[in-house]
Design a protein around this ligand. Structure first.
Ligand code: GLN
Length: 484
C-alpha cells in the first residue's frame, strides 16, 4: 500500500479495496517500525488518526468522493494543530499545545486527510539540514549518514521512506525545495500569498509560504488545491480563485520556453549534479521544449540579502517568546528581566540566537539604513531579474541545491557554508515566486533535485511541466533501500 501515490490510494479507497482505517494502521505501523532509524516524526497521533480514518470511512461509505478523502498525511510541526503539541522544533515550544488549527490543517482535515502526526524540522525553520532541531537531527533515508535537508527535513524524509504518502512543508528560503531535492521527492513552494499563513508559526513573514511535499507532481497538485485559499485572517493572502491543478497536468509541452540562468551553472555547482540537471533538460527537449540561456545577474546577492531580511523579521517575530504567556519559562525568576533572559536563553538553540542577534543588529538605529533598507532595495533588483527573465521564457530551470545531501555534522560548525546550500532557492522567496523541486537522478545513492521556477501564480503550469517529466522518467518512483 505504501508504494502507491496519493492519487492511487484515494482511488483504491473509493473502490473499497481497503478502508482508511486499514491504510492508516499500515502507515502507523511503518512509522513504529522504521522511524527509529530516521527521527522524522516529533509526535505520532495514533488515536486521533484512527478516529479521523473512521470518520473518513463513513464519508466514503456514503459515496463521498473527494480526491484526498481517507488519505494519511503528516504536518510539519510548524503548523498549529488543535490539542496537539506544536513545537516548531524548539525547546521553547516543547510544552505548547496549540489551541486552534492552522488554516492549512483545517482545510486538509476538511478534505478528509488523516493526520498521522507532526514532523521534525529545524528549530523555527532555521536551517538547511535539520540539525538545529531540539529533537535531534533527522536522517536521510537514502543514506542515514546524510542530512535530509531542511528545514522541512522530517516531512521530506518521512515521504521518501514511505512513512506517509504526503506531508506539509514551509519554505522561507528553500525549506520545501532543498529537502525535497535531497530526499528525492517532489515539493512545491507556491507564490507568496497563495496559501494562508494563519496558524503557521512565523519565521520571516514576508518570505514564509506553506506547500505540499509528496512523491509526484500529481499528488502535489491534489494537495495544493486543498491547501490554497483566500483567508482574510492572513492579510497577505491573495484573493484569487484556486485552479484545479490536476486538470491541466496532461497538457503537452511543445513550444515551452525553458530559461537556464547562467549563474545557476557556474562555480560551486557539483559537476555530477550539473550532469544530472543537463540530462533532465535534454529530456525536456525531447518533450518539445526549447531552451534559452538567460541571466539573473543579481543571483550572488540573494544569500547576503536574505541573511539581513530574514533575521530582521525573525528577531521581531520571535520577540513573543518571553516566558510570560506560553512557551518555556525558566525556574524561579528573580524579576521580569531575569524571566525574559533565562527563558529565552534556555528555550532557544544556537542558530536561533544567532539570527535574533543579527536581526536585532541590522534593525537597530544607525544600522537600519546601511543594512535593512539596503537589503530591501536589493530585493527589488532580485525581483526585477526574474521579471525580465519571464518576458523571454515560460519557466526557469536549474539545480535546487549545489550538491547532493552532505553528511550529518559536516557543515554545522560553518554557518556560512550551510547558508550557501540555499543559493539557488533563496532568490525565489525574495521575489515571492513559485518554485518546485522534482527528482532528477542520483550521485551515488544520494538524489538530485531539478528546480522549476514559475511566474506569479503559475503553479498549474509548474505542476504540468513536472508531471510531463515524471511520465517519461522514474526517478520519483524509486525507493530507498530498507524502506521498500
Ligand atoms: N535554510 C534557510 C534558513 O536557514 C531557509 C530556511 C527556510 O526556508 N525555512 O533560513
Amino acid at each position: 500500500m505504501h508504494n502507491r501515490t496519493i492519487a492511487e490510494l484515494a482511488r483504491a479507497l473509493r473502490a473499497k479495496e481497503f478502508s482508511s482505517v486499514d491504510l492508516t494502521g499500515h502507515f502507523l505501523n511503518r512509522i513504529k517500525r522504521l522511524d527509529g532509524r530516521l527521527n522524522s516524526f516529533v509526535t505520532v497521533t495514533e488515536e486521533s488518526a484512527l478516529a479521523a480514518a473512521r470518520a473518513a470511512d463513513q464519508r466514503l461509505a456514503k459515496g463521498e468522493a473527494g480526491p484526498l478523502l481517507g488519505v494519511p498525511f503528516a504536518q510539519k510541526d510548524i503548523f498549529c494543530t488543535q490539542g496537539v503539541k506544536t513545537s516548531c522544533g524548539s525547546k521553547m515550544l516543547d510544552n505548547f499545545i496549540a489551541p486552534y488549527d492552522a488554516a492549512v490543517v483545517s482545510q486538509l482535515n476538511a478534505a478528509g486527510t488523516v493526520m498521522l502526526g507532526k514532523t521534525n524540522m529545524d528549530e523555527f525553520a532555521m536551517g538547511s539540514s535539520n540539525e538545529t532541531s531540539y529533537y535531534g537531527p533527522v536522517k536521510n533515508p537514502w543514506d542515514t549518514a546524510a542530512v535530509p535537508g531542511g528545514s522541512s527535513g522530517g516531512s521530506a524524509a518521512a515521504v521518501a521512506a514511505r512513512l506517509t504518502p504526503g506531508a506539509s512543508g514551509t519554505d522561507t528560503g528553500g525549506s520545501i525545495r532543498q529537502p525535497a531535492a535531497l530526499c528525492g521527492i517532489t515539493g512545491i513552494k507556491p507564490t507568496y500569498g497563495r496559501v494562508s499563513r494563519y496558524g503557521m508559526i512565523a519565521f520571516a513573514s514576508s518570505l514564509d509560504q506553506g506547500g505540499p511535499m509528496a512523491r509526484t507532481a500529481e499528488d502535489c497538485a491534489l494537495l495544493l488545491r486543498a491547501m490554497s485559499s483566500y483567508d482574510p485572517r492572513d492579510s497577505t493572502c491573495v484573493d484569487r480563485p484556486v485552479p484545479d491543478y490536476a486538470a491541466t497536468l496532461d497538457n503537452g509541452l511543445a513550444g515551452l520556453k525553458i530559461g537556464l540562468p547562467k549563474e545557476y551553472f557556474g562555480e560551486g555547482l557539483d559537476p555530477q549534479v550539473a550532469a544530472a540537471i543537463e540530462a533532465a533538460i535534454a529530456e525536456y527537449k525531447k518533450l518539445g521544449a526549447e531552451v534559452v540561456e538567460i541571466s539573473l545577474p543579481n543571483t550572488a546577492l540573494a544569500v547576503p540579502t536574505y541573511y539581513v531580511v530574514a533575521p530582521a523579521e525573525a528577531s521581531s517575530n520571535l520577540a513573543r517568546y518571553d516566558g510570560v504567556r506560553f512557551g518555556h519559562r525558566c525556574d524561579a525568576p528573580k524579576d521580569l528581566l531575569d524571566l525574559y533572559k533565562r527563558s529565552r536563553g534556555e528555550g532557544f538553540g544556537a542558530e536561533v540566537k544567532r539570527r535574533i542577534m543579527i536581526g536585532t543588529y541590522v534593525l537597530s538605529a544607525g544600522y537600519y539604513d546601511a543594512y535593512y533598507l539596503k537589503a530591501q532595495q536589493l530585493r527589488q533588483l532580485i525581483s526585477q531579474d526574474f521579471k525580465q527573465a519571464f518576458e523571454q521564457v515560460d519557466v526557469i530551470m536549474g539545480p535546487a541545491s549545489p550538491t547532493v545531501a552532505f553528511n550529518i555534522g559536516e557543515k554545522m560548525d560553518d554557518p556560512v557554508t550551510m547558508y550557501l546550500s540555499d543559493i539557488y532557492t533563496i532568490a525565489v522567496n525574495m521575489a515571492g515566486l513559485p518554485g518546485m523541486s522534482i527528482p532528477a537522478g542520483f550521485v551515488g545513492q544520494r538524489p538530485v533535485g531539478l528546480q522549476l521556477i514559475g511566474n506569479y501564480f503559475d503553479e498549474a503550469r509548474l505542476l504540468n511541466i513536472a508531471h510531463q517529466y515524471q511520465r517519461v522518467t522514474d526517478w520519483h518512483a524509486r525507493s530507498p533501500r530498507g524502506f521498500e
